[in-house]
Design a protein around this ligand. Structure first.
Ligand code: F6P
Length: 506
């Protein structure tokens, strides 16, 4: 099988380069390379336009061959049926079960845990904890990035509770939250799959001390634990009635859908959280039921692989032309780089081709006035995704949204068309790829769908590369060395020793 996969990749490398402008001579191109996912009854849809990439019929056919030899359909079935897809940790990856797609017992368990979470959210809204105006949510990585993104996107107009997501161990982060919250009306959510992460546990202790120092009589009574290790939360002193567990088989960076999403439901209400799950499920269904190039996350992965492996691109950028998605690049960085930044195959052998590119990005139109110079005229080829919503998120003069969207579409057109000039400094080479994701409206369902699309795209990339996207051993070594430094008695390289001495840590 390995030989067949290698031969299929070789074939992909042999396609002659056809400039985008020439590809657009085909009048059916936009229709062929655009697809839409409907988000369910009464909901809008999202358009995924990959026509401004260099994918051709021939390239897509060869990628379908790679996917076939790589066992994509079987891998997808295994993912969605709760099989062990993370062999290094002996785990399934059951985030889709949170959205109702997966092994029956896992879907039922997720449903029951959601009901428990819903009861707590509604009890808080109804005043069971007294008047609650603020929530400090401490967590890091997957226990913070999803909630921060969803709250920033959805709770701008409607915030039932003012949520502050604090991840950094730097006390400045927590002090900022303290300054914005009244301790008498503040709850603390401690979000940690393992309930051992040093940043989260240290921040949580500091919040408890702050509540105590502010005269709150029972600070631990204000704690809600969101975790896959409920026994550790009990040991830490949280009453079982305030522990919202989730399954061990939900990975940290895929955990927004579980009780890690508690702050989202608290901020925007249960119905909006449920709508986010529904939007994600619409993408799950599309991913499960569609084969070959018509499967939109798989098609996106074909383009990702084309640019990384065939064209040697080392980065991929995402620009949301929507202020509400300002945190999306941060979220995608963890999702894509922690999942697919690997050097060994699923069989533990060294990879023979590049794995995940560096994900980066920002918001339009700000980024146009900063980094777009490099995109248009730099020496790096950077495939770009543009994400926008047809409906505006603001109620100001419609000129704002009109200018925003016109700029978004203009950038994709300019990257592709370029423009020659006698003056080399004023010349744009063009033929630079982009994809556009256009939501009818950026509501809860669309946000859920956007995130699920990227989850499946990341998984599809991993299958094509033959790697395990669900472990993350690369993050361990630095943590271990930090612990050794704390313990003392070990020596390190001269530079590190010098830095430790300068900071008084030796
Ligand atoms: O350090 C990486 C990591 O394990 C991430 O994968 C995870 O999202 C984050 O730390 C937080 O872990 P936890 O939820 O267990 O505190």
């Amino acid at each position: 099988m390995a030989d067949k996969i290698a031969a299929a990749w070789d074939k992909l490398g042999e396609h002659p380069h056809t400039p985008l402008a020439e590809l657009f001579a085909d009048e059916t191109r936009v229709a062929k390379l655009s697809g839409r996912i409907a988000l369910g009854e009464g909901q809008g849809s999202i358009l995924f336009d990959w026509s401004k990439t260099h994918l051709t019929d021939g390239i897509l056919r060869d990628f379908e061959e790679v996917a076939g030899h790589a066992g994509f359909i079987d891998a997808r079935d295994r993912l969605l049926s709760g099989a062990i897809v993370n062999p290094t940790e002996g785990r399934a990856a059951e985030h889709t079960a949170q959205r109702g797609i997966g092994k029956d017992s896992s879907v039922e368990e997720a449903f029951a845990l959601h009901q428990r979470m819903r009861l707590l959210v509604e009890a808080i809204h109804e005043g069971v904890f007294g008047e609650i105006k603020h929530l400090i949510h401490v967590g890091i990585g997957g226990s913070a990035l999803g909630p921060a993104l969803a709250i920033d996107a959805l709770a701008r107009d409607l915030s039932l509770v003012d949520v502050h997501v604090v991840s950094n161990i730097d006390g400045c982060a927590l002090e900022q939250a303290f300054a914005a919250c009244d301790p008498r009306t503040t709850l603390l959510a401690v979000a940690s799959k393992t309930f051992t992460t040093i940043e989260t546990m240290t921040n949580a202790q500091s919040v408890i001390r702050w509540l105590e120092a502010s005269g709150v009589s029972d600070p631990t009574g204000r704690v809600i634990a969101l975790t896959a290790s409920p026994e550790k939360a009990v040991e830490w002193g949280v009453d079982e009635t305030r522990i919202l567990p989730f399954s061990e088989s939900v990975g940290g960076r895929y955990s927004l859908w579980s009780s890690i999403g508690f702050p989202v439901a608290l901020a925007v209400g249960w119905d909006e959280f449920a709508a986010m799950l529904d939007g994600a499920r619409a993408v799950d269904e599309h991913f499960r039921d569609t084969d070959g190039r018509e499967n939109l996350p798989l098609r996106a992965a074909f383009a990702d692989q084309y640019y990384t492996r065939i064209r040697g691109c080392q980065t991929r950028a995402c620009f949301a032309y929507d202020e509400r998605l300002a945190l999306l690049p941060d979220y995608l960085q963890q999702l894509e780089m922690e999942s697919n930044g690997k050097s060994v195959t699923v069989e533990g052998k060294a990879v023979t081709a590049p794995t995940a590119p560096i994900t980066w990005g920002g918001v339009g139109t700000d980024a146009q006035h900063a980094v777009f110079q490099l995109l248009h005229q730099g020496t790096n080829l950077v495939p770009v995704d543009f994400i926008a919503s047809i409906a505006p998120g603001d109620e100001l003069d419609p000129a704002h949204h009109r200018i925003l969207l016109m700029n978004c579409f203009a950038q994709g057109a300019a990257l592709m068309a370029g423009r020659g000039s006698d003056d080399p400094a004023r010349s744009y080479p063009g033929d630079r790829p982009s994809a556009t994701i256009l939501c009818d409206d950026l509501d809860s369902a669309a946000l859920g769908a956007l995130i699920a699309f990227h989850e499946h795209r990341t998984f599809a990339n991993a299958v094509l590369m033959g790697i395990n996207p669900f472990d993350q051993f690369g993050v361990e070594l630095g943590k271990e060395i930090a612990k050794k430094i704390e313990k003392g008695g070990e020596s390190f390289d001269a530079s590190t020793e010098n830095l430790l001495a300068l900071a008084g840590l030796a």
